[in-house]
Write a protein that binds this ligand. Structure first.
Ligand code: SF4
Length: 415
């Protein structure tokens, strides 16, 4: 779930030299699929999967999996030959059965404010972007979960690009791998990457298994060692999957709310027609109640004359206070205000500075902390809602996807 997203089709992109060396293998997703037919891509596996691979496929001890994870995620090594604590025989056995295939970096670009973005090539000419945003004492990586998105939020450019496919676990954790390698991130020692937000292209809860597996590597000490609360999943409000997430993972939850009234949210986030605000807030309450002291972040993109008036702010404040009451915790609801970043063809505009201030003031007067997100990476088109990528061959796949969703009766709003 990105808030909001802009993905434009690019006809041509230069190839990066920065991450390609003779020792490192980079492949497109088509290569990755082909390779996986023959060998296991170790980037697809979390700790549990890798332990099973070592025990069941290689007839080796579990702890070998931990050694290999450290080589991949701490030292950014993709050549099995370089894993010198494995022993020659085991390395040869591993070479036969597995490999480490990382995403193909088409280009990477730094901003003057320290923001950095990567365009990563997927199959069939598709591409996604990953953005690193450093701030005081923290470094946040915004990660994508799908190529395109099927949820059709009207303020979101990814929606206009359509849906192509889910990203694999390797393609999701591969985004973290690429950034961590570039930054020289070493978990527990040289920590440059402190937070990951699943807020790039796509609705992460519609790619549940791959996203949960990738988030498990992010939080694993043999992976990126991030605390649970430092990995955030942002959703448009897929209610049953929020409950499933509560059972199967332990990360922070963010919800793209954008409107305090159903009629308006139906228009901005069509998924609301299936799971309205009351149903969504109930699911958020269940999520927060599963753990003491848990808060939920509500993202609110401010669009001029659409959702930025005092009545919207007052209704939002009521909704947030009700949430605090149902969770029985002060500040259980956190609000993030995001000035809309326009993209070509959009019917929406960014709220005026005075209206943003007035909106924030109403929330503050109601006792809510509601920071306005600063725009970062403007000079490299990496601000929220300015990302570019490529989503090709989307029409057929989107139609198939919508048909599947209708058949399962999951929700009509995606069609
Ligand atoms: S759910 Fe999909 S369409 Fe809606 S804002 Fe997120 S990426 Fe865009």
């Amino acid at each position: 779930m990105r808030t909001p997203c802009t993905v434009r089709i690019r006809s041509k992109t230069p190839r990066s030299k920065s991450l390609t060396s003779s020792r490192q293998r980079t492949f497109t997703a088509a290569d990755m699929t082909e390779a996986s037919r023959q060998k296991q891509n170790l980037l697809e596996l979390d700790r549990e999967g890798l332990e099973r691979f070592f025990v069941e496929t290689l007839d080796e001890k579990k702890f070998r999996a931990h050694q290999v994870m450290k080589w991949i995620h701490h030292r950014h090594v993709t050549s099995i030959e370089e894993m010198t604590d494995l022993g020659k025989h085991l390395r040869a056995k591993l070479e036969d059965a597995a490999e480490i295939v990382v995403p193909n970096v088409m280009f990477d670009k730094p901003s003057v404010d320290g923001t950095h973005k990567w365009l990563l090539g997927m199959d069939g000419g598709n591409a996604i972007e990953t953005v690193y945003i450093p701030d005081k004492g923290r470094g946040t990586l915004c990660v994508s979960s799908q190529v395109g998105c099927a949820l059709n939020c009207t303020f979101c450019s990814t929606a206009t690009q359509g849906f192509n496919r889910n990203l694999s676990t390797a393609e999701i954790i591969g985004q973290v791998w690429v950034a961590a390698k570039h930054l020289g991130n070493i978990p527990h020692r040289e920590r440059k990457l402190t937070n990951v937000v699943m807020m790039g292209m796509g609705e992460p809860l519609m790619n549940f298994d791959n996203v949960v597996r990738a988030m498990s590597v992010m939080r694993d000490d043999f992976g990126y060692g991030l605390a649970n609360k430092r990995v955030t999943l942002s959703t448009a409000g897929l209610v049953p999957m929020i409950d499933k997430l509560a059972q199967e993972s332990d990360v922070s939850l963010a919800v793209s709310l954008h409107a305090p009234f159903d009629e308006l949210r139906d228009e901005l986030v069509p998924l609301n027609k299936k799971y309205n605000i009351a149903t969504l807030m109930d699911a958020c309450t269940r999520y927060a109640l599963r753990k003491k002291g848990e808060s939920v972040t509500f993202e609110y993109t401010l669009m001029q004359g659409i959702n930025d008036q005092p009545e919207h702010a007052r209704a939002l404040a009521r909704l947030m206070r009700d949430f605090d009451r149902s969770v029985q915790m002060k500040d259980a609801a956190k609000v993030n205000l995001i000035p809309f970043n326009p993209f070509p063809g959009t019917r929406y505009a960014r709220s005026k500075a005075d209206d943003i201030r007035a909106f924030q003031q109403v929330l503050n007067n109601a006792g809510l902390v509601a920071p306005v997100r600063r725009t970062r990476g403007d000079d490299i088109d990496a601000a929220c809602g300015q990302l570019k990528g490529q989503v090709l061959d989307r029409t057929r796949r989107q139609a198939e996807h919508a048909k599947r969703l209708k058949q399962t009766g999951d929700f009509d709003a995606a069609a």
